[in-house]
Design a protein around this ligand. Structure first.
Ligand code: PMP
Ligand code: GLU
Length: 399
């Protein structure tokens, strides 16, 4: 038989989803494993949202919708972007897709020609790297250091721009680092993008989960020029604990939104009508559950950061937002743990899962070595258990 597509053969499965599947399998086999792998809120979807979905079914709202989403849902997105980020869009600029991951994919389909370069600060969420390659683009990685809070600056950005550069992908607050770019830091980056005529994909899916009264600013809110060249990616998965409902959305200029809509109308069409109506309730309805989740995530972050920094030979920086923490395991490289020599983060993650019974994600897939990503989107009980296991696995307690 003839070969599969050359591009397809280069695509790897998402590491986060792979580890999550392994964790869920172990759990279903009755193994007492703790899950710090996939970033998925452990809360239930709030009941007003579930009721909206049940109502949709009972009222036979079960037909196709416009490919870019129900007008009423796109209006709800517009209202939320105004209320939360002081952004002015119209429903024609909003595209609803089957999860924010899908919005990212169709954004790149709309922008990238084969050979175009896409600047990606590392550590990056694993999907960006794969999806850039899936559309024929070339990822250009800029390494951000832990000592710089895992953020890049305008000099690093400008040094990596060539005549092939098409766009910059930013995740703010970041998955996997949890770090937040301030308005001033964003402005410095955006000025460079404007100077070199680049687009910006700004993945703001964790925008509601920012702690310590730090202020989230959307890139698109910085100026009209910034807004015109920015594609905001967002969705209901994280903010409303709706990962399985598969609703993401984007906001962009009219031309990009229309092109993305064309992709949708010839591929998936719109997402499930029932999920769309649930998402509409999520965005329009009471927001108190979001703030309650944020407060709980903050408590968990404080606990996990404190525990990690009290274990010998590992450390982590305090993240500003999202629900991830980057465990620095540099000092463990070369040591034997769980019956295996730890040569890199993949070895650590595997040994910690097999022998420590804690599922985490190696950051090698995030373009960053000697770090492990842990999510604290897990119950406090599991976080305590997981930290006790980390202490035991490394074999030392006090610094
Ligand atoms: N962006 C980031 C940064 C993420 O961590 C995720 C993970 N779910 C997504 C986008 C995709 O979210 P979803 O497809 O569930 O809307
Ligand atoms: N985005 C989450 C994570 O990074 C969920 C898994 C995925 O979609 O990659 O863990």
């Amino acid at each position: 038989m003839k070969d599969l597509s050359r591009i397809a053969l280069e695509v790897h499965a998402s590491t986060t989803l792979q580890v999550d599947a392994l964790y869920k399998k172990m759990k279903s086999e009755g193994i007492d494993v703790v899950g710090f792998a996939a970033g998925e809120p452990d809360f239930n979807t709030p009941s007003n949202i579930k009721e909206a979905a049940i109502k949709a079914i009972n009222h036979n709202q079960t037909k196709y919708t416009p490919a870019s989403g129900l007008l009423s849902l796109r209006q709800a997105v517009v209202n939320r972007l105004k209320a939360d980020c002081n952004l002015d869009y119209t429903p024609e600029q909003i595209v609803v897709a089957s999860g924010a991951k899908h919005n990212i994919y169709i954004t790149l389909c709309s922008l990238i020609n084969s050979g175009d370069e896409v600047i990606l600060p590392a550590p990056y969420w694993v999907t960006y790297d794969e999806v850039i390659k899936m559309v024929g683009g070339i990822p250009v990685i800029i390494n951000a250091k832990e000592s710089d809070d895992f953020k890049i600056n305008s000099k690093q950005l400008e040094a990596n721009i060539t005549d092939k550069t098409k766009l910059l992908i930013l995740c703010n607050p970041s998955n996997p680092t949890g770090m937040l770019y301030s308005a001033n830091e964003l402005k410095a980056l955006i000025d460079i993008c404007i100077k070199h005529d680049l687009y910006i994909i700004s993945d703001e899916i964790y925008y509601q989960f920012v702690y310590d009264n730090k202020k989230f600013t959307s890139v698109a809110a910085l100026s009209e020029e910034a807004k015109e060249r920015t594609i905001i990616i967002n969705g209901v998965s994280k903010t409303y604990a709706m990962t399985g409902w598969r609703i993401g959305y984007s906001a962009s200029n009219f031309t990009i939104a229309k092109t993305m809509g064309n992709y949708l109308s010839n591929s998936t069409s719109a997402p499930s009508t029932i999920s769309q109506l649930a998402a509409e309730e999520a965005l329009n309805g009471p927001q108190n559950s979001v703030y309650e989740m944020r407060d709980i995530f903050k408590e968990r972050r404080d606990y996990i950061v404190n525990r990690i920094n009290n274990i010998k030979d590992v450390s982590c920086s305090k993240p500003d937002g999202a629900f991830y923490v980057m465990l620095n395991i540099e000092k463990l490289i070369g040591r034997e743990l769980g019956g295996r020599i730890i040569n890199n983060s993949d070895d650590f993650a595997m040994a910690f899962l097999e022998k420590g019974l804690v599922a985490t994600v190696s950051c090698i897939g995030f373009g960053c070595k000697d770090f492990i990503r842990l999510t604290y989107a897990a119950s406090m009980e599991d976080i305590i258990k997981g930290m006790d296991r980390l202490e035991k696995f490394i074999g030392t307690k006090d610094k």
